[in-house]
Design a protein around this ligand. Structure first.
Ligand code: UD1
Length: 418
């Protein structure tokens, strides 16, 4: 299993380009299940989660052409013949549940494995199922699989019990081919939902309100081929901003946008960073020492849970005491024990973590436990004294494209041990 060796203490300086957003690309690739015509996507990041999704779509009969180097992916769903997502595929990536809505809408049936328990919490899919049932689907859960049938879904008014990102995306895709109007209330407002909606509209869907908490979809009989460029990855962007901030660096991140990062940029400003926002780029200059920043995660546009671990790492060496409150997932503090192995001072009380900044972290061997936890360990390792070895970095390869090359280009000492 690959490991990452970081020699801390180098300020990050320079310019790198950001990749396409994993969490936008995953649902958008699933949109290929909705049409028999070809789709052409650009800026698709090269990540293990994307390869997993493409394998899953390929198993269902979607024809795939991928040009690894420039992020182009062409999908042709005319040969779709197997509306099944097996446990073997789904267990490695919860986002596989995103095939359920489009498969059911196009094929009239779908058999999709329930995602297994996930390290960061129970993460049920009851809202996805409840929404499809409201649209007239017959759904049975048997032997770990969701079996859904509907000769044609019917438009419905759906109010989800909580804000769910993939739940909103699944129901929005299903509703595109339903008979009549679907209204999703309490919809997720994440920019990735908007990117998916833009792609679906380019395919002929009739959607309004994406990006607000009420999304309306007028069903159509069929969707057609389209081209779409995946939006930049706001979490990757935020992660590199934190890495530069914690090391006292100065970076310019290109091919990205601050438009989706208000809550993160605000906290970086509170921490004492200087930020310059350009049309397709962000610059950050860090102060000599960061100030602690407290935060509370919540659905977009509030502070993203996917940036919580990275800010925790920053706070470990900041001046002052920060309280971090996680409200989305019940078990998303697994990085805390690992950060403490590097000398951090953190106390957990329920879903609050109190972080007291220390003068210096010390390198150690730590273990990555999930995707964003891995990013927080890298950030801590970059500022720690000496060597930090991060085990189980396969989590990182799920969500950060060429991370060691990008960090090295900014002057970090990072090496992959195979
Ligand atoms: C998506 C993102 C993930 C991010 C998360 C929250 C993708 C591929 N992943 O995950 O990176 O951390 O949003 O911003 O886009 N819930 C239920 N029942 C459901 C659905 C959700 O109880 O049917 C709960 C979850 O357990 C969680 C909360 O709702 O506590 C929010 O989860 P959700 O927004 O669905 O997360 P994902 O879409 O899985």
């Amino acid at each position: 299993m690959d490991k990452l060796l970081i020699r801390g203490g180098h300020a990050l300086n320079g310019e790198i380009a950001m990749s396409g957003a994993k969490n936008a690309a995953l649902p958008i690739l699933c949109a290929s299940l909705l049409t028999a015509e070809a789709l052409e996507f650009s800026n698709v990041p090269q990540l293990n989660d994307i390869s997993t999704m493409l394998r899953l779509l390929g198993d269902m009969g979607v024809a795939i052409t991928r040009d690894g180097d420039d992020g182009m992916v062409c999908l042709d769903g005319s040969t779709l013949n197997n509306p099944v997502a097996s446990y073997e595929m789904v267990k490695t990536m919860r986002a596989s549940i995103l095939v359920l809505g489009p498969l059911l809408a196009r094929c009239g049936e779908a058999k999709v494995s329930l995602p297994g328990g996930c390290a960061i919490g129970a993460r049920p899919v009851d809202q996805h199922i409840k929404g499809l049932q409201a649209m007239g689907a017959e759904v049975k859960v048997e032997q770990g699989y969701v079996h859904a049938r509907a000769s044609r879904l019917k438009g419905a008014r759906i109010c989800t019990d909580m804000v769910t990102v993939t739940g909103t995306e699944n129901l929005m895709m299903a509703a595109c081919l339903a008979d009549g109007e679907t209204i999703i209330e309490n919809a997720a407002r994440e920019p990735e939902v908007v990117d998916l909606a833009n792609c679906l509209v380019a395919m002929g869907a009739r959607i309004s309100g994406a990006g607000t908490d009420i999304v309306r979809i007028q069903g159509v009989d069929k969707l057609h081929g389209a081209r779409h460029a995946i939006m930049p990855d706001r979490i990757e962007t935020g992660t590199y901003l934190c890495a530069a901030a914690v090391t006292g660096g100065k970076v310019r991140l290109t091919r990205t946008s601050a438009a989706y990062l208000d809550s993160v940029v605000d906290k970086l400003l509170d921490a004492g960073c200087e930020i310059v926002i350009e049309r397709d780029a962000i610059q950050l200059s860090a102060p000599a020492r960061l100030k602690s920043v407290s935060l509370r995660t919540a659905p977009y546009p509030a502070f993203p849970t996917d940036m919580q671990a990275q800010f925790m790492a920053m706070n470990c060496v900041a001046d002052g005491v920060a309280t971090i409150r996680e409200t989305i997932f019940e078990n998303r503090f697994m990085h805390v024990n690992e950060l403490m192995r590097l000398g951090a001072n953190i106390q957990i009380e329920g879903n609050n973590a109190v972080v007291r900044g220390v003068g210096q972290l010390q390198g150690a061997t730590v273990m990555a436990t999930d995707l964003r936890a891995s990013a927080s360990l890298i950030i801590a390792g970059l500022v720690a004294q000496g060597e930090t070895q991060i085990d189980r970095i396969y989590h990182l390869d799920r969500g950060y494209e060429r991370i060691e090359q990008k960090l090295s280009a900014l002057g970090a000492s990072v090496e992959r041990l195979r």
